[in-house]
Design a protein around this ligand. Structure first.
Ligand SMILES: [Zn+2]
Length: 254
């Protein structure tokens, strides 16, 4: 019996094991790339169908320009890269869904302040997608209370409640009414990978420090959506500062 079961268990664990780019962390992920991509596309289409795109040509061009540079740095030509600017001045948020589907809300632009500042946010979000954090959360059972395995079925059936749960797994928190902050370890990993990505894309990674300081200062009583899913504190900023020398090795300037 023993000899029979152990190889099977071993195979099951192997099937769910993946490695995160740049950090080489082993993660447990039972969602296939194809399933993840499908969920990402559906969540993106669902979000965009309810959104109003910005008519600000200059700001839209900036989002696309930053996105294309980060995409080139990410070296995932298999991704379906898309970059949209959604007109919602009250929504301080941005996200990247699996497959490289990115959206920025106009409400975050006053906090990002500059192209470099927005590159901090976008590379951080792309890092979550590159590291498959959404799929990992589903695999870890972090979402079991919210619906667990029914998630994928729900996406296929277009069940709104299940769709919301899927979106929250991918960091679309307050925008769909379900708040699910990324874990501290996922946030730290997205910061780490994000710094490298932005540096490779030709953006000075040092811009991350003042950005997170501004984010923290702007938190107040009702923190913006981005801060609710991406909690910022002094320890986070300190860790980013410690990682800057590594990221700066990738930075050649513009
Ligand atoms: Zn994050």
């Amino acid at each position: 019996m023993k000899n029979y079961i152990y190889p099977l268990l071993f195979a099951a664990v192997l099937a769910g094991c993946a490695t995160v780019p740049y950090t080489n962390r082993h993660q447990f992920n039972i969602i296939s790339g194809a399933e993840e991509d499908k969920m990402g596309l559906q969540a993106y289409q669902e979000t965009l169908s309810k959104a109003k795109l910005s008519t600000d040509a200059q700001a839209t061009a900036m989002v696309v320009r930053i996105g294309q540079r980060i995409a080139a740095a990410a070296e995932r030509s298999d991704f379906d890269w898309q970059f949209k600017l959604i007109d919602d001045p009250k929504m301080v948020n941005a996200f990247c869904l699996p497959g490289g589907r990115v959206a920025v809300y106009t409400g975050i632009l006053p906090v990002t302040e500059s192209e470099e500042g927005l590159a901090v946010v976008m590379s951080h979000e792309v890092a979550h997608a590159l590291a498959h954090h959404g799929a990992e959360r589903m695999s870890q059972g972090e979402l079991v209370n919210l619906g667990g395995a029914a998630l994928q079925v729900g996406m296929a059936n277009k069940d709104p409640a299940a769709q919301q749960k899927v979106m929250s797994a991918f960091g679309l928190g307050a925008s769909v009414g379900v708040l699910l902050p990324f874990s501290r370890s996922h946030e730290a990993e997205a910061d780490h990978i994000g710094l490298i990505l932005m540096a490779k894309a030709g953006y000075d990674p040092r811009a991350a420090v003042p950005f997170w300081q501004r984010m923290e200062a702007g938190g107040g009583k009702k923190p913006p959506e981005f801060l609710s899913t991406h909690p910022s504190d002094a320890a986070r900023i300190k860790k980013i500062q410690a990682e800057l020398p590594e990221a700066l090795k990738y930075y050649k300037g513009r």
